[in-house]
Write a protein that binds this ligand. Structure first.
Ligand code: DAT
Ligand code: MG
Length: 148
């Protein structure tokens, strides 16, 4: 069963969209196995977005991610990494299709509400970056047989 890191970035918290977004993951059949509200430090933001270091938007991206609390979560389920990316939609909110989180709720490129790991390899690394092992709770839901 795959696990993936999902961040509801500071704009999602400020805009009070946390409940709307979490509901989408729950309804899809994914299972929440860890969550916490984090005021990201610059060091954490730099590690998280290391792949974008040197790009023109990098400093602005760091400023954004450290500008307020982020709700960090780990979601688990069948094909969780790609399922979450599909629910999230493409990076630019103006181009993301309706029905996706960004397509329904965002119109910006930078302020696009949410981060989701883009591969199983990155998911493993990102979960470790944001959470300690003890913070992940392994459990089963009683309706799991109906969800698959
Ligand atoms: P995603 O979050 O869809 O995985 P990404 O990894 O390419 O997108 O970029 C990380 C974040 O950086 C993205 O959520 C928003 C910001 N970003 C990406 N491209 C940008 C651009 N051209 N201008 C401003 N911000 C950008
Ligand atoms: Mg990315």
């Amino acid at each position: 069963m795959q696990q993936t890191l999902i961040l509801l970035k500071p704009d999602a918290v400020q805009r009070r969209l946390v409940g709307n977004i979490i509901e989408r993951f729950e309804k899809k059949g994914l299972r929440l196995v860890a969550t916490k509200l984090v005021q990201a430090s610059t060091a954490l933001a730099e590690k998280h977005y290391a792949v974008h270091a040197g790009k023109p938007f990098y400093q602005s991206l760091l400023d954004f991610l450290t500008s307020g609390p982020t709700l960090a979560m780990v979601w688990e389920g069948r094909e969780a990494v790609s399922v979450c990316r599909t629910l999230i939609g493409s990076t630019d909110g103006a181009k993301a299709p309706p029905g996706t989180i960004r397509g329904d709720l965002a119109i910006s490129v930078q302020n696009n509400l949410i981060h989701g790991s883009d591969s199983l390899e990155n998911a493993l690394q990102e979960v470790q970056l944001w959470f300690n092992k003890e913070e992940l709770i392994s459990f089963s839901c009683t309706d799991q047989n109906w969800i698959g």
